[in-house]
Design a protein. Structure first.
Length: 402
């Protein structure tokens, strides 16, 4: 009896140790986040080793290498963003939550090992979502905003992008099932799901961001449709001739445009947040551009509006972003505890509004505001991103040559 008890104890101890040592299994996973209306936001990721993951959205591949294990749980952090996965093992599968602590947001999810299908289909497509769509979104309070959808459908598969006046919803991927479609994107910061149906040539649908936001939309095909130009939306209020600020860096040194480093320089002021994927796209572009043009007399300074609840957490997010992208221009903390645009505009009263994160102010060598660009259309927008880069470079080089 004593030997049997010892054997049972050994088995229990070995079993517990194996459970605690359990790690992610190499291979593909199908993950579903629970949003509203019993809808599931689906996407796929691949575990390439127990400490590396690849997340897939159409042609976008996001590498994740901040993975930790504790007891029978795994924690996945997403590069520069605050959000993370916390999950327990369910065999080879995972059950847990997508968490943003500063915003008190928790989205349950389940991840199934060995399933590489994003959305299931059981009907042959009877409509075609391909083309340019003029879109109108309506929020719960009745307010609206416009957007431009650009989709490509090949059999069941649907990919594309949606641009608004403040930026784009990045790489969208999904399926067409009969006359309906579902498409999604997950980038570590935002979890987007769109459901849509075409009836009599009109698209109707819903847009979900996590489990905290929903709007509806309608759309008609319009191959010539374009949004208002990004340089026409934000401007200096009457009575203001210059853009000014005075915010601290991580060492609590106050910085303003009166500092010597900006004297007789072309300056780009980036209004942004470390939590913002469009800001990450812009920061990636600015980082490389700054390295190539700093010697010509270019300076960039970023003003961060952070929803992190403390100053220390806000600067930790800024430091994380700077290290990850090797950003060599200063990022100042303009606000923490909220990323509310109305509060941001109060800190920058010379602007008619802060409509978007990011927003970029172009200032010439004499300190005059020459242009304000609202939003950022990143790599997911294809030709729009390419045309932006040329327009941006042409204008900055013009300022540098003055």
């Amino acid at each position: 009896m004593r030997q049997i008890l010892l054997l049972i104890l050994v088995i229990v101890l070995v079993s517990c140790a194996q459970e605690k040592d359990k790690k992610l299994k190499v291979g593909v996973y199908h993950i579903e986040l629970e949003v509203q209306d019993d809808e599931q936001l689906a996407f796929n990721f691949e575990v390439t080793s127990d400490d590396k993951i690849k997340i897939f959205n159409a042609e976008e591949v996001i590498d994740v290498d901040q993975i930790t294990y504790k007891n029978d749980s795994v924690y996945v952090n997403f590069s520069v963003y605050e959000g993370y996965f916390a999950a327990a093992f369910d065999g080879d599968n995972l059950k847990g939550n997508y968490i943003k602590e500063s915003l008190d947001r928790v989205v349950p999810f389940y991840a199934e090992y060995g399933n590489n299908i994003r959305f299931e289909t059981d009907e042959v497509p009877t409509v075609n979502f391909s083309g340019i769509w003029e879109m109108l979104f309506t929020e719960d309070d009745g307010s609206t905003f416009i957007a431009r959808g650009n989709f490509t459908q090949k059999d069941h598969k649907l990919t594309g992008n949606i641009r608004t006046t403040t930026g784009d919803y990045r790489y969208l991927e999904g399926v067409v099932n009969g006359d309906e479609a579902k498409f999604s994107a997950f980038d570590g910061a935002h979890a987007f799901l769109f459901t849509a149906k075409i009836t009599n040539s009109e698209m109707q649908g819903a847009f979900y961001s996590g489990n905290h936001y929903k709007s509806t939309f309608t759309a008609i095909q319009n191959e010539s449709y374009e949004l208002p130009h990004e340089d026409s939306l934000t401007y200096l209020n009457e009575g203001f001739e210059k853009f000014e600020f005075n915010f601290p860096d991580a060492s609590n040194n106050m910085m303003s445009l009166k500092d010597e480093r900006f004297n007789n320089k072309v300056v780009l002021v980036q209004i942004m947040g470390t939590w913002c994927p469009n800001c990450l796209d812009e920061s990636t572009y600015f980082t490389n551009y700054y390295k190539e043009n700093k010697a010509l007399g270019l300076e960039i300074v970023a003003l961060a509006f952070e929803y992190a609840t403390t100053k220390e957490k806000a600067f930790a997010g800024i430091e994380r972003l700077q290290k990850r992208l090797d950003i060599q221009y200063p990022i100042l903390l303009a606000q923490y505890g909220s990323s509310d645009k109305k509060e941001a505009q109060e800190k920058l009263p010379m602007l008619n509004h802060v409509l978007s994160y990011p927003t970029t102010i172009f200032i010439d060598k004499k300190g005059k505001v020459r242009k304000i660009h609202t939003g950022f259309n990143g790599p997911a927008t294809g030709e729009k991103f390419l045309s932006f880069q040329k327009e941006f470079d042409d204008f900055v080089q013009l300022l540098l040559a003055e």
